[in-house]
Design a protein around this ligand. Structure first.
Ligand code: ADP
Ligand code: MG
Length: 745
């Protein structure tokens, strides 16, 4: 049978059915996949020594002849011990294995063997002493569980498990690194057939080794140096495909046509002049970048990135005003109804002087408003006015971009909190906007996305490589630091007292709980932290114990407790995702108008909600939330001239989570926090590349600024030179496969 990289492992009789299944568990379906199953570390067994020179605690390889062997069952302890005695010219040493009786069969007396592992001082157990008593054991040293392989004394073979840098792979039950090493070597001829997709000129300019060389060095390394060369090459590949994809998307998008919306200086100046505050430099700059984009004949695709409270809404409003005043329609989407309603209200008050009709369309509410006069609308009425073009600015949830909604001349789509939407949804959005307008055939709307997820710029370049970036680096002036404190169980009452004082002065308070209620379904919804924030390896010890789970604060019970026992004098309400939309909206409206003093909520308030009079954010079970999420919660307060506070309540935080929480006390802004979390947990875990629609990166680091920059510039060069990639069929094919993978993941 001729094997190629594309041969499915299910077609290879040498791999038994049981092993095929285990390989598939590791994501290995073809030989190519096997070669892309990279080691996560190497054991350095390259030091080969004579037995006579061995010292305690060193990691070495010895080679010699097996002169004695014993296999002992200890029935009481259900244990098997295999011991062999190996000799070379300089001495002899004992090696032992537990519960691997087959080793005795594969290394019979007289076999030449190579053993690698740590040299231990003998603690003569009774069994050990009995087994090989009388032998001249080397200085009382022995090898415990060494890696082993047979050798041929006269005809040296390449070593695989000993005597070299030995790769250790991600494993699964019943499938060891030893077996993977065996497969790699067995099928290595197919490895050499994997074509190198990088053009020579890139390899030359980036000093990259060939792909075959890299794959060979990853699995059969000669030295640390070659491992590093291989890693660099493979990391480059991983990033290169992501960047190519992003830039390809970008070019495709730029080929579309969009309506040109000229900058109306008088209109914008007047609007800005009438604002109750001065724009920050970042807001000014970003708005300017957006106005320039709108004035091109090709669609904008820009991401406005700014920390919580940096004032993104006003920038979006500026863009909306420009487009709507030009006679075109604007769709403004938010991830939740609560937020859509809030935006509707902000936009109404900002635009009250202008003769523009503004609509709200969510699943439960429809409204339009013009020059301060509002009226309720049915869905049908709204859809008619959108189609007829009378409605200029439509604010809503995802439902705005659906097949049933047809616009007359949509020219700008604004997506708030776009990190909630994900890469796929973003792609789908771009696609669907293309056919959205009846009135503007062959043109697509400009896109403005906004996010508060503070992502370091390098990461943004990778995650959002297809977008242009505008940054709001500073918060509006006059914002005070929010005083943040970690509050242990014993200080809970003091925190309540503090809250009482604040509420008495007319301020409002958020209390965030990880769960909705104390019962079974709590486990499903809120008990577990959000996926992108925690990974399995990082799980808090809390979740391994079902009893402890019951101590996690829940919104319903907590709201009751606060109402009945702690704050009978205040009005308290609960907010969570299980309420009907109408109830939710009413609660939010009552909180905003000050009818409610304390709002007990799940993470639904995480994004965007703007209640300037709120001054205390109390987070129960803070160790259960990710840093970025806590930062978002905290951003709900400190929005007015009143000093604000954030209390992080912990029950029994482990060292690790405590350390994480302390980072929040120190970090000045979300970007700093993001960097911190990135360092602490790595990008894959923190940002969950899956969530972004990116494949897992095994070699590349999203924090390697230099490499990312170089990759991006190479990808951009190649697309400039050959936009259809006709001279680079291999790249084109890889890109096609990558796209497929993204869309199916
Ligand atoms: P985010 O970026 O989190 O979406 P918002 O747009 O909700 O922030 O703005 C937060 C608050 O800051 C709002 O109440 C808004 O009116 C106010 N704000 C925005 N820009 C400025 C500014 N330049 N100066 C003072 N306050 C501002
Ligand atoms: Mg916002």
């Amino acid at each position: 049978m001729i094997l190629s990289p594309l041969t499915p492992i299910s077609n290879i009789p040498r791999i038994s059915l049981a092993y095929q299944k285990r390989l598939i568990k590791l994501g290995v379906k073809t030989l190519r996949d096997l070669f892309y199953h990279f080691p996560h570390r190497y054991d350095d067994f390259s030091q080969i020594k004579s037995i006579g020179e061995l010292k305690e605690n060193e990691v070495v390889t010895i080679q010699g002849k097996v002169t004695k062997i014993k296999n002992v069952h200890i029935w009481k302890r259900k244990m098997n011990i295999t011991e062999i005695y190996v000799e070379d010219e300089t001495g002899g040493i004992k090696a032992t294995w537990f519960n691997q009786p087959y080793i005795a069969n594969s290394l019979p007396e007289g076999t030449w063997v190579s053993l690698s592992g740590k040299v231990n001082p003998t603690k003569p157990t009774k069994v050990g002493a009995k087994l090989l008593s009388g032998t001249n054991i080397n200085k009382g040293l022995y090898l415990s569980n060494p890696s082993y392989e047979k050798i041929n004394k006269d005809e040296p073979l390449a070593l695989r498990h000993t005597g070299c840098l030995v790769p250790v792979y991600p494993e699964t039950t019943g499938l060891s690194s030893r077996y993977l090493r065996y497969l790699m070597q067995l099928f290595s001829p197919a490895l050499d057939q994997i074509p190198d997709w990088l053009p020579e000129e890139i390899k030359a300019s980036q000093h990259l080794i060939d792909l075959n060389q890299a794959l060979n060095q990853i699995h059969f390394p000669a030295s640390d140096k070659t491992i590093n060369q291989a890693k660099r090459r493979l990391a480059f590949d991983e990033l290169f495909i992501i960047q190519l994809y992003a830039l390809w998307q970008k070019i495709k998008w730029q080929k579309e046509k969009a309506v040109k919306i000229p900058f109306d200086e008088k209109l914008i100046k007047e609007f800005v002049h009438n604002l109750p505050f001065k724009l920050t430099d970042g807001q000014r700059q970003s708005a300017w970048e957006i106005f320039q984009d709108l004035n091109q004949g090709q669609p904008m695709n820009r991401l406005l990135e700014g920390d919580v409270g940096s004032g993104k809404t006003i920038v979006a409003a500026l863009a909306a005003l420009q487009v709507a005043s030009g006679g075109f329609q604007v769709a403004f989407m938010a991830p939740t109804e609560v937020l859509a309603i809030q935006h509707f209200k902000s936009v109404l008050s900002l635009f009250k002087k202008y003769d523009l009709s503004i609509g709200l369309m969510t699943n439960s509410e429809g409204q339009i408003s013009r020059k301060g006069k509002s009226s309720k609308q049915t869905k049908k009425q709204l859809l008619d006015k959108i189609k007829g073009g009378q409605l200029k600015v439509v604010i809503g949830t995802h439902s705005l971009i659906q097949k049933t909604v047809s616009f007359n001349n949509l020219a700008l789509v604004i997506v708030d909190e776009q990190h909630r939407f994900g890469v796929q949804q973003r792609a789908a959005l771009q696609k669907s906007t293309i056919n959205l307008c009846d009135g503007l055939p062959s043109s697509v709307p400009h896109l403005l996305s906004m996010t508060a997820t503070p992502i370091p710029r390098t990461l943004a370049l990778t995650l959002y490589g297809d977008l242009d970036l505008s940054l709001l680096k500073e918060l509006p002036r006059g914002r005070q630091q929010i005083i943040t404190k970690i509050v242990g169980a014993k200080d809970r009452l003091a925190a309540y007292e503090f809250i009482r004082q604040q509420a008495k002065q007319g301020r409002q308070v958020f209390v965030i709980c990880p769960r909705i209620e104390i019962n079974e379904d709590a486990k499903k919804e809120n008990a577990l932290p959000r996926k992108q924030v925690w990974s399995k390896n990082n799980s808090s010890p809390f979740f391994e114990n079902a009893n402890v789970l019951d101590e996690i604060k829940a919104v319903k019970q907590e709201a009751e407790k606060l109402t009945n026992k702690i704050f009978p004098e205040f009005k308290i309400a609960a907010l969570h995702s299980k309420l009907k939309p109408i109830e939710k909206n009413k609660t939010m409206a009552d909180f905003k108008s000050g009818k409610i003093n304390i709002l007990v909520s799940t993470s639904v308030v995480e994004v965007g909600v703007d209640i300037p009079n709120a001054t205390v954010m109390m987070i129960e079970g803070a160790e259960r939330f990710g840093l970025a999420q806590i930062h978002q919660f905290r951003g709900r307060v400190g929005r007015s001239e009143h000093q604000s506070y954030c209390f992080l309540l912990t029950t029994s935080p482990g060292q690790e989570s405590n350390q994480r929480l302390r980072a929040i006390l120190k970090a000045k802004n979300g970007f700093e926090l993001a960097e911190h979390d990135l360092r602490l947990r790595g990008p894959g875990q923190f940002y969950g590349s899956k969530q972004w629609g990116l494949p897992d990166l095994s070699m590349a680091s999203l924090t390697d600024v230099e490499l990312i920059k170089q990759v991006r510039s190479e990808a951009s060069n190649i697309l400039q030179k050959d936009p259809t990639l006709k001279d680079y069929p291999l790249i084109k094919e890889n890109l096609r496969q990558f796209k497929e993978k993204i869309h199916f993941e």
